[in-house]
Design a binder for this molecule. Structure first.
Ligand SMILES: Nc1ncnc2c1ncn2[C@@H]1O[C@H](COP(=O)(O)OP(=O)(O)O)[C@@H](O)[C@H]1O
Ligand SMILES: [Mg+2]
Length: 443
């Protein structure tokens, strides 16, 4: 049947070779691609998603393994098809039947998916899309993996549990290096992991923090638990939670509503600790993290920015507004395949702007007044709220005020990693060599 599906597809698609290139370019970045697979695990009722990134030069891999319901052979085969069909629940994180394939193949050239559905028998079914095979044969052929084809990286997570394992091999980001086994490639992968952790902590924070009833799960990244990052600093005593606004929406006959929950975060000086303030700056730092945090079925799609309703402004950087909608309004929000972008329905612009008015005013006041107020003194035991972190030891010493407490001081390694991240592949080895030399001199 798999062969038949493949042949049918080939009739529809004259050149698999040509098509595969465009299907890979759906606007995913590494973190968004992994998040799309975590969506699938959530839909499959997983309580644990273990993501592992293994550096091994050309053979490096990324694995996303869950303990969800898994897929039987026919379902797995269907799910490997582009545009796989199934019914979607009202709060379903899936959408187009594309994510598994497009997210994965935007990052790697070999995608294997294995699944186990029987808790009593360790029977695993697995299939693989291999771009080298498609390029070679010009056929859209799904490769079944038999026992021998299943390496330990696929088998191991399904040893004691039902669930699904997605394995990415031949990672584009690593193959782009002249020396895939070199230090620069290794560092690139660890920088990707750090970004990924921040991204997952943010986009799934409502699930990880237990705010979505019946859908709590844990993510382990290389064995470490990813803790939720709450953009609104709700455990800070001075965070200002403003009145929630609900706006009805009607689009092409579909009725729904959006919920706006605005927050004004404390001024830097009013945070319970400098460390807490730094943590709240977020992946793109304070100025870029102001604005809307848009959730579709509790999963964050977009973070920060004002969707063209306002510009980013230092004076309003403390305003963060949760905006939630349900998947039935997908068309109104023009959601894209990689679930990285939406557009606010134009008919709502005026109402949203009106609702923002007081939020912006309070954010500006908090910013202005905060600047004039003395900072909260951070002494051990004076913070309220159980979760608030104690200030780091060196900040507790108030006799050294000249160093701005929030400045992020980067280590030598971090600087190198940041530079490597933006470097082109031909520049990477040169940068690695320069840093090596500098390291030698500093010694
Ligand atoms: N981790 C998983 N566990 C169980 N089923 C999965 C998993 N990942 C994917 N699937 C199945 O494969 C289908 C296709 O997934 P995908 O390509 O991401 O599209 P979508 O999520 O939009 O439906 C899903 O609808 C689901 O039935
Ligand atoms: Mg999906």
């Amino acid at each position: 049947m798999g062969q038949m599906a493949a042949e049918q597809n080939n009739e529809l698609i004259p050149s698999a070779r040509r098509l595969v290139t465009s299907l890979r370019d759906m606007g995913y970045d590494f973190s968004a691609a992994v998040a799309d697979l975590v969506d699938n695990s959530v839909v499959a009722d997983a309580t644990l998603v273990a993501i592992d990134v293994e550096f091994d030069g050309d053979d490096s891999w990324v694995r996303i393994a869950d303990n969800g319901c898994g897929m039987a052979t026919a379902q797995l085969k269907e799910s490997m098809r582009y545009g796989a069909e199934r019914d979607y629940d009202a709060d379903d994180l899936g959408k187009f039947g594309l994510g598994l394939k497009t997210a994965s193949l935007s990052q790697c050239q070999r995608l294997s998916v294995a699944s186990r559905t029987n808790p009593k028998r360790a029977e695993i079914t697995a299939f693989c899309w291999d771009l080298a095979h498609i390029q070679k044969t010009n056929r859209w052929e799904l490769i079944p993996l038999d026992r021998q084809g299943l390496g330990p990286a696929i088998r191991e997570p399904l040893k004691d549990t039902c669930g699904t394992v997605v394995l990415w091999q031949k990672l584009d980001r690593i193959l782009g290096f002249k020396h895939p086994y070199g230090e620069a490639a290794r560092k690139c992968l660890s920088a990707m992991c750090r970004e990924l952790e921040e991204h997952l902590a943010m986009v799934f924070h409502r699930f990880l923090g237990g705010e979505v009833s019946g859908k709590r799960f844990k993510i382990l990244l290389n064995g470490n638990e990813v803790k939720p990052w709450d953009p609104y600093a709700r455990n800070e005593p001075k965070t200002n939670s403003l009145t929630t606004v609900k706006l009805p929406v009607e689009h092409n006959g579909v009725k729904g509503e959006i919920v706006l929950a605005p927050f004004v975060l404390p001024h830097e000086k009013q945070f319970s600790s400098p460390d807490a303030h730094t943590r709240m700056s977020g992946p793109r730092r304070w100025n870029h993290q102001q604005g809307f945090y848009i959730y579709r079925a509790n999963r964050m799609i977009q973070s920060g920015g004002w969707c063209n309703l306002r510009t980013l402004d230092e004076h309003t950087k403390l305003a963060r507004v949760a905006l939630r909608f349900s998947p039935k309004l997908d068309d109104a929000f023009k959601i894209n395949v990689s679930k990285m972008r939406v557009q606010l329905p134009p008919q709502l612009h005026d109402q949203i702007e009106r609702a923002l008015g007081p939020v912006i005013k309070i954010a500006q006041e908090t910013y202005r007044k905060g600047a004039k107020q003395p900072a909260i003194t951070h002494q051990a035991g004076t913070t309220s709220g159980g979760d608030v972190a104690a200030p780091p030891a060196d900040n507790a010493n108030s006799s050294t005020p000249s160093r701005p407490s929030t400045a992020k001081l980067w280590t030598f390694e971090e600087i190198e990693e940041r530079i490597q991240e933006v470097a082109r592949s031909d520049e990477k080895p040169v940068i690695a060599r320069v840093f090596e030399r500098l390291r030698g001199r500093l010694k």
